[in-house]
Design a protein around this ligand. Structure first.
Ligand SMILES: Cc1cc2nc3c(=O)[nH]c(=O)nc-3n(C[C@H](O)[C@H](O)[C@H](O)COP(=O)(O)O)c2cc1C
Length: 178
């Protein structure tokens, strides 16, 4: 069994691509193939000691889902499940996609929302990421000087995505002890 479960939400597929890059870098022995969060139920996380959860931010600083005009259900519909999920003893890394130019006042807010959900479930969150190199006014995903997880802006900084993913994967391998 793989040690790391990777789950993502997406509207237009970019978060899926980042999830696949992360899985590839971890390798099949370590990480299971990424699954769309709209294809699983509340028990999906049970079999893993380590989780990587990814989301874009859509609407106005929201998690993806039908309410913000996504093509399919996503994190917004999954969130009520967190009421019945216990993540204590699990290490969780988070990654979020957003657009700092067009949404500078709610940049990657969805990542912050996901962070609150998993912390409320008792998870130990690893993989915080520096805010250096991003320009924005406000973000619900900032805690102190750092984002609560990896932040990718493929709309404005696509050329940095590869190195950001590689750097973060190395960081979580070390922080998770993989
Ligand atoms: C209608 C719409 C609303 C968006 N709202 C936000 C937002 O509030 N904050 C943000 O950081 N990015 C926002 N974005 C940017 C997306 O998060 C970004 O394009 C992301 O890469 C999409 O990922 P996906 O292809 O996995 O759905 C928005 C994009 C669209 C199209």
């Amino acid at each position: 069994m793989s040690k790391v479960g990777i789950f993502f939400g997406t509207d237009t597929g970019s978060t899926r691509k980042i999830a696949k890059m992360i899985q590839k870098q971890l390798g099949d022995d370590v990480a299971a193939k990424p699954l769309n969060i709209n294809r699983v139920d509340a028990s999906a996380f049970d079999e893993y000691d380590y989780l990587l959860l990814g989301t874009p931010t859509l609407g106005e600083g929201q998690l993806p889902g039908i309410e913000c005009d996504c093509q399919a259900e996503s994190w917004a519909e999954f969130v009520p499940n967190f009421d019945d999920i216990d993540l204590s003893g699990k290490k969780v890394g988070l990654f979020g996609l957003g657009d700092q130019v067009n949404y500078p006042d709610e940049f990657v807010d969805g990542l912050g929302e996901l962070y609150d959900c998993v912390v409320d479930c008792g998870a130990e969150v690893v993989g915080s990421w520096p805010t250096d190199g991003y320009e924005f006014n406000e973000s619900a995903a900032v805690d102190g000087d750092s984002f609560v997880g990896l932040v990718i802006d493929k709309d404005n900084q696509a050329s940095l995505s590869d190195e950001r993913v590689t750097g973060w994967v190395e960081q979580i391998k070390s922080e998770m002890g993989l």
